[in-house]
Design a protein. Structure first.
Length: 254
């Protein structure tokens, strides 16, 4: 990332002027994606990164000029997405961020129905309406958490950049939902029982290791046991060395 990507607002400019400079900076100085398109795709993978269409548009993969956000909201969120992805060097905006942007667009239109959609209209009333729309559209707690977090990031960004310095602080009211693997409700316990090996199966693995004659059988039977404790670390297996287990304080470490 080069310094040209960074944007700093000017204290001597108004919010409108700073927003205009920010949009111009992202449109003219940054090169990620084709600004003129309504759908941005990753240049290497071809995967969809962002589609700037309204919530009520069903054919979002083939957007037309009638499907997208109205100006100046359209250019403002394009600038936000291009800037954030340039800084973070990420390859996708994410569904939660997309949902948050659509919620903001609709909330602004409801609260300020007699003016064109503009992020500069973002205030505490719009934040409250956005919270209501979020609850109306998404019932799953984990989705509410992710979209709420995306809304908070947008608020923090424009406040932190000095474009909307007086925007009220908004904390995501939706808590992070615990994963099913650690929850104790009946549905989660049933989900866990369907995926956990039985005691007989675990004992069979120990027998496989005890009876293994070749080095290959010893390796795979021991690896399976290790992955039962940390399945997400399978990518580290090629880097394991011979006799890599170390005992310390009654515990084994790799």
């Amino acid at each position: 990332m080069t310094n040209i990507a960074n944007f700093t607002s000017r204290a001597d400019l108004s919010a409108q002027e700073n927003m205009k400079v920010f949009v111009s900076h992202c449109r003219d100085e940054l090169a990620l994606y084709d600004w003129s398109k309504y759908q941005w795709k990753h240049t290497r993978t071809g995967k969809n990164v962002a589609t700037f269409t309204r919530y009520d548009v069903w054919a979002a993969n083939y957007p037309s000029p009638n499907d997208v956000f109205l100006e100046p909201f359209l250019s403002q969120v394009k600038a936000y997405v291009r800037y954030k992805q340039t800084i973070s060097e990420s390859t996708a905006m994410g569904g939660a961020s997309s949902a948050a942007i659509k919620i903001l667009y609709d909330a602004i239109q409801v609260v300020h129905e007699h003016r064109t959609p503009d992020l500069l209209a973002l205030d505490g009333t719009v934040q409250q309406k956005s919270s209501e729309i979020l609850v109306e559209r998404y019932g799953e707690p984990s989705v509410r958490y992710r979209v709420g977090a995306a809304l908070a990031r947008i608020y923090d960004f424009f406040r932190g950049k000095g474009i909307l310095p007086s925007l009220p602080h908004w904390g995501n009211p939706h808590p992070r939902d615990k994963p099913k693997a650690t929850r104790t409700d009946p549905d989660s316990l049933e989900w866990q029982s369907q995926r956990l090996p039985t005691l007989d199966q675990i004992t069979a693995l120990a027998d496989c290791f005890a009876r293994a004659e070749s080095l290959e059988d010893q390796f795979w039977s021991s690896v399976i046991v290790l992955l039962m404790f940390a399945p997400s670390r399978a990518g580290e297996l090629p880097s394991l060395a011979i006799d890599c287990l170390i005992e310390r304080d009654g515990h084994l470490y790799v």
